[in-house]
Design a protein around this ligand. Structure first.
Ligand SMILES: C[S@@+](CC[C@H](N)C(=O)[O-])C[C@H]1O[C@@H](n2cnc3c(N)ncnc32)[C@H](O)[C@@H]1O
Length: 322
């Protein structure tokens, strides 16, 4: 069996017998006015964060959702795009497609606004998405790409890039590792399927997104997710996994490198009313301006005594001067 087949078998099991604690997180699933999430669907919440960012879902975007699970996020996306096939959900595991179909039928009974036609569940996988080039506004995946070995992750990212319209968004939530995961755990296929041992470091993860062609990444959240304790996992030291919610844009990579927004700001504290770096960044005296990490480093290097760069908040949702 390949590790992908092991993962498929694992998800077939947890589709038939939901494991409530499998990917449990402290935060409750996103609640929205008039949205009732069926209990069975909640029990099959196998995501480690959220890919649904309510303030950014105006104009009924089309969504390609990879790895449908119990259908929770497909339903949440459909809340914002209420028309037939607004959300195309791709899933290779038959039992999971059946579970999601059943859960969405229950959702239709409990939510007068929802029609099951809004979510089209298709057989397929992350490496061959069943839609044309440049045809969707959003590709989303939650807690799936971390399962992939690095070369497969790159294939999946490139496939997402292919189907996105120019300017389209890849919305992801995945575990990341605070230091490289030792090989003996990486090779444990069941742990990998459980989203516990395939995670890359933040640096590697973001590099692979950029290498697939995405010119801008915005970090929406970064929080502790799981501890791989030294005894259970045969490690020299405990290893913390975090979950990272991100949105990556299909825009050209600037000549000086991609922009990654992590919530940093730059504040001009000099003797003039403002500072203009002649490269598109205008800082008003004393007023924080959101900047990407690349620009933050450049500005701090130009005027180390007059420009203060604040720490990453790991929460960024727009604005700024890049
Ligand atoms: C960790 S679960 C996440 C489910 C869902 N996104 C959620 O948040 O609840 C991973 C999902 O991806 C599916 N999956 C496994 N291998 C896949 C592949 N190669 N391509 C697409 N989906 C896959 C699994 O069957 C499962 O439904």
């Amino acid at each position: 069996m390949t590790y992908l087949e092991t993962a498929a078998q694992f998800y077939s099991e947890v589709a038939q017998t939901p494991q409530v604690g499998l990917c449990c997180v402290q935060s409750t699933p996103l609640q929205l006015p008039g949205l009732k999430i069926p209990l069975l669907m909640q029990e099959m919440n196998y995501g480690c964060g959220t890919t649904v960012h309510p303030t950014e879902l105006g104009n009924q975007p089309t969504v390609l959702y990879v790895g449908v699970g119990g259908g929770l996020e497909a339903l949440q996306f459909a809340y914002f795009s209420r028309h037939a096939s607004a959300v195309v959900a791709v899933e290779p595991v038959g039992a999971m497609r059946e579970a999601a179909t059943r859960n969405l039928e229950i959702a239709a009974q409990e939510n007068p606004w929802f029609d099951t036609s809004f979510v089209e569940i298709c057989e397929g996988d992350a490496f061959n998405l069943p839609v044309a080039d440049a045809s969707v506004d959003i590709v989303a995946q939650n807690c799936l790409f971390n399962i992939f070995e690095p070369e497969d992750l790159t294939r999946a990212l490139k496939e997402a890039y292919r189907v996105l319209k120019p300017g389209g968004r890849l919305q992801m939530s995945d575990p990341i590792a605070t230091r490289p995961i030792p090989v003996h755990l990486q090779q444990d296929e069941r742990l990998r399927a459980m989203c516990l041992s395939g995670a890359l470091t933040y640096q590697e993860y973001t590099e692979r997104i950029i290498n697939a062609g995405f010119g801008q990444i915005e970090i929406r959240a970064r929080r502790p997710y799981r501890l791989l304790d030294s005894q259970t996992y045969n490690l020299e030291e405990n290893l913390l996994l975090e979950s990272l919610d991100s949105v990556s844009f299909k825009v050209a990579i600037p000549e000086d490198g991609a922009c990654i927004f992590t919530g940093k700001t730059a504040i001009y504290a000099g003797s003039e009313p403002f500072f203009d770096d002649s490269a598109g960044h205008l800082l008003q005296l004393g007023i924080p301006a959101a900047v990407c990490d690349k620009t933050a480093a450049k500005l701090a290097a130009i005027k180390p005594l007059e420009i203060i760069v604040t720490n990453s908040t790991w929460h960024y949702s727009g604005g700024g001067c890049c």
